[in-house]
Ligand binder design. Sequence first.
Ligand code: UDX
Length: 433
Amino acid sequence: MIGTGYLGATHAACMAELGFDVLGIDVDQAKIDALSAGRVPFYEPGLEEVLTRNLATGRLRFTTDYTEVAEFADVHFICVGTPQRDDSGAADLTYVHAAIDSLAPLLTRPSVVIGKSTVPVGTAAKAAARLSALAPAGADVELGWSPEFLREGFGVQDTLNPNRIVIGTDSPRVEAVMRAASARQLEDGIPFLVTDLQTAELVKVSANAFLATKISFINAMAEVSEAAGADVIKLAEALSFDDRIGGKFLGPGLGFGGGCLPKDIRAFMARADELGVEPALSFLREVDAINQRRRARTTDIARSLIGGSFDGRTVGVLGAAFKPNSDDIRDSPALDVAATISSLGARVTVYDPEALANARRAHPGLNFANSMLEAVRDAEVVLLLTEWSEFRDADPDELAKVVQEPRIVDGRNALDPERWRARGWVYRALGRP
Ligand code: UDX
């Protein structure tokens, strides 16, 4: 398993759990030391148990040595990151290229390399050519691409029970290897789709583009609802009963963030531009813009609740992670809003059940509290920006005792407005009267 971030570490542990002998490699010694000691360097429910169990059986090991990896494995999975390169939005493929360039010259015997990282369409074909050019075993080293659809917070479950497995290849040998690696899932009847390389790459980015579009669609309806005095929660519920539409990813609120959806739609647009089909994806620019506007709108609602200015005001923020059950703060809508309000002169205090350490490192200018009550103490307005169950279950009376003014902006439509209003709170949400 090449690369032991969210994807690689989860996949390595789960493959060992399925009975395979797995060696994980990363260039980051600290990550390898942590994983070897049974510590997951990020928050992922259930992963630590799978990791420690399989370290104990000896089926799972970690290294920083590519020579060891080349000798050890029949199948190499590439799980390295593909972050956003710059303002162009294009994907940075440095780590994918580095993985191929480090591994290929050491491949002296037949083996299969399967890419799992999210890449711009066309990357896999180039990687395949580079691999056979650099590998001493030449054409006996073959490459396929099998995109990974796991969600953070559900990584173990999604890896062991994905809703489909896709392999891009025209090689019967690569397909057979992927079938063997997926034997348990095939037994369980999980759909297994074989495509060409390009289609496999596209499945991943188009799935993420669709999900982002669905979220922005309902958030656009929230904007209209706000202007028209309608209730987007009722609207979304009514839409969801049409099974052609469905209710998943139709949750209006502060919008999407994280290490995948935002960067993937931007990289997809950049690639479409290169391919000369820029207009085909120009709607994704609007998807991105709708998503950004929700952040501004949340800030505006909070500002209007305290009389039009944040200057010198006290604000409590609940949530820093880009979504609950994660400590990931990459492109977190919550932290973006918190930082904006702070830059407008407010004293902002943030609490998150898991993401505090990451948030502190990234935003040293914000204040952080170690509990929900501490974060909202003396607040003139409270913003709920990540819908952790701790916040959903919060007791309005308990919070009312410590705030300066009982005013709350529910950026995730996570609370029951009736309940909070009945306890004396001024309650505002996105897309609701
Ligand atoms: C996503 C894809 O779901 C996954 O298949 C892919 O492999 C990686 O990218 P992830 O980034 O872990 O996974 O998060 P996800 O659960 O998809 O949520 C993305 C963002 O959308 C979060 O910020 C979440 O708060 C937001 N969201 C989700 C909404 O705003 N409304 C919704 O209805 C659903």
